[in-house]
Design a protein around this ligand. Sequence first.
Ligand code: GLC
Length: 756
Amino acid sequence: MTKAAAIACAIGAMQSACASAKPAVPLSDEAVRARADALIAQMTPEEKAAQLVTYFAFAIPGQEKLPDTRAAAGAGSFLFVTDPKETNHLQHVAMEQSRLKIPLLFGFDVIHGLSTIFPVPIGQAASWDMAMIEKDQSIAAAEARAVGIHWAFAPMVDIARDPRWGRMVEGAGEDPYLGSAVAAAQVRGFQGPRIGAPGHIIAGPKHFAGYGAALGGRDYDESNISDNELWNVYLPPFKAAVDAGAGNIMSAYMGLNGIPASGNHWLLTDVLRKTWGFKGWVVTDAEAVNSLKTHGYADSARQAGVRSLNAGVDMEMAFASAAFGNLPTALAAGDVTKNRIDQAVRRVLEAKIRMGLFENPYVDEAKAAKILRSPENLTAARIAAERSAVLLRNEGGLLPLDRVGVKSIAVIGGLADSPIDSNGPWVFAPNSPSTQTILDGIRSKLGASVTIRYAPGVKIPKRFNPTIADTMNGIVKRPEPADDTSGIAEAVSAAQQSDVAVVVVGEPQNMSGEMASRSTLDLPGRQQELLDAVVATGKPVIVLLLNGRPLDLKDTKAKAILDLWYPGSRGGDAAANLLFGDAVPGGKLPFTWPRDVGQVPLIYAHLTSHDPANAEKRYSNESNAPRYPFGYGLSYSTFEYANLKVDRPRIAPGGSVTVSVDLKNVGARTADEVAELYIHQRTGTAARPVRELKGFQRVTLKPGETRTLQFHLGPDELRYWNAASHDWVIDASIFDVAVGGDSTARFGASFTVGGQ
Ligand code: GLC
């Protein structure tokens, strides 16, 4: 179809002539807009308001047909539909029964896979492998698109510096530089080269903005963030996602500096639109328009709808009654303008047009079944789990285990045999059949060659997690107690009879994620006693962690600790390969790991004080040094850094330097190392952190191999937002440079910005 014909088609009515057209080339922005405006001109205020809502399509008892009714009335979108039969059914209702036959947009929490489950995002971030992250999210997108999902409520790009906050698991940790790289990689993976690319879906970075700074780490609590931290820490990953072309943004629940994020004009219009030029549409988090009433920021659903739309929200995510249902009366009363409503509708329609939904609203159900959990997708999941793992301790080189020497293994801990916990949070039964467990993986790798004794030890407590149906039906269930320690004896006996004990501990998946903040980092239930009892046998103990945040293992004396995060569909194979050296851990921590919760928040990029000599003695009762530093991770090999250089001693503000370093694998195994570049600005028009990550490269080196790595430092890396001048600045200063395997890397070179 020629471009002229596409535009002519776009301007004409949305009749069959267009519906059968399959634009061979993506429509131009002008044609997309013209096509949207041609529809808007036909829409009533009620139809416009209906397009601005995405409804949960939960099967509410007694209201099973509600989604059909809404689709027939012109609803814009649904979420939580993952069955291609259902997406096709609702799409037929919309395309055949609604007046204007506008296709539905289906959104879902495709956080770390749809049916093939990858490690949780904090684990993928720990890989520091952006190509892998992009690939994994493109696989997730392909599976989602195959079942009729068009839009992911992801990536979650909230910087998290308080591990009491359960949602640390969903993001990329504490650092804005790493977080920005991960955000952009995920957007590229979800969307591909453009919105509407085949097998790709729209990315919806969330939760805009500052949700990770919840007071006390308590989920949903207020965030009070200084300008300095907003612009230098919490906003950069969102900016990176917008710059990567994200088509949607999800606004957050909580109050940001006193103004609820989903009613915050400064955030949603001044920053997102006027400063960053975001062109997509903004959806709120679930019920976050109606909850403006709960915040005391609106006195009615009608005022909530008006204030959020006027602040910059385009679409409401709603369970039951949508506040945006009041927009026609608000329009008639002059509380919202036709232009503002049309602008929001245009943004939603343009997304649907770009996704080609008018031409191709349905999916091939048979084809979907072949794509979900394909062998190559599952292989990618295993590789991701191997590359995300972080080796925290390996005394005496206990790992990798010797295939010949080890004749018997005790596998201990209920999490070792729990598919749902291997998957981690944000995985829903319908789209992910049971997953291989850690125990499955060890068993399938070793077969009969090694005696494997499994003992769960203690019950894994579950956070009380009422389903919506329970809540709506007034059913109050309490989890069974997990104080029973009678199984520890069996676990101890299994360890005593074995050459080595693998103890799998951590948090059950529903103690991580949304509504899963904890005031402690201790192992839930009686797992610590189990671990300590097994260590007390004197047998070599390897701890495998299933977690989404740092945990306090009470200074365990286990000889090895390997963090698997929630490793996903093939975490068992990955664990077995890592234990026996068929995979080599190369991950690094995306956060600072505190010794205990009393130190929280504890970050590496802190400012110095007037007393730097006592930097680690800020508490009278204990050191404030972390258990493990940001960027830390061991390997089965060892690496050396040498010849750190900067290619010029001085640059003008706005100039760039190249940093180089020689990295050598001085061990006996081919292995990966993440080389991390840090800078320290010595002086300036603001106090600057003692160090900041400004570059990283994950490289694979053979034994004895040396590679010279180069890093670029230019304006993007050297500027920061200055709280005095309220603008981005590059100060004249000496900058120290370090490259190493974690955030304790020693500064060994420097350059000067400005001066003579
Ligand atoms: C939840 C979460 C958000 C998610 C949305 C839809 O409350 O805050 O991350 O995308 O609702 O499930």
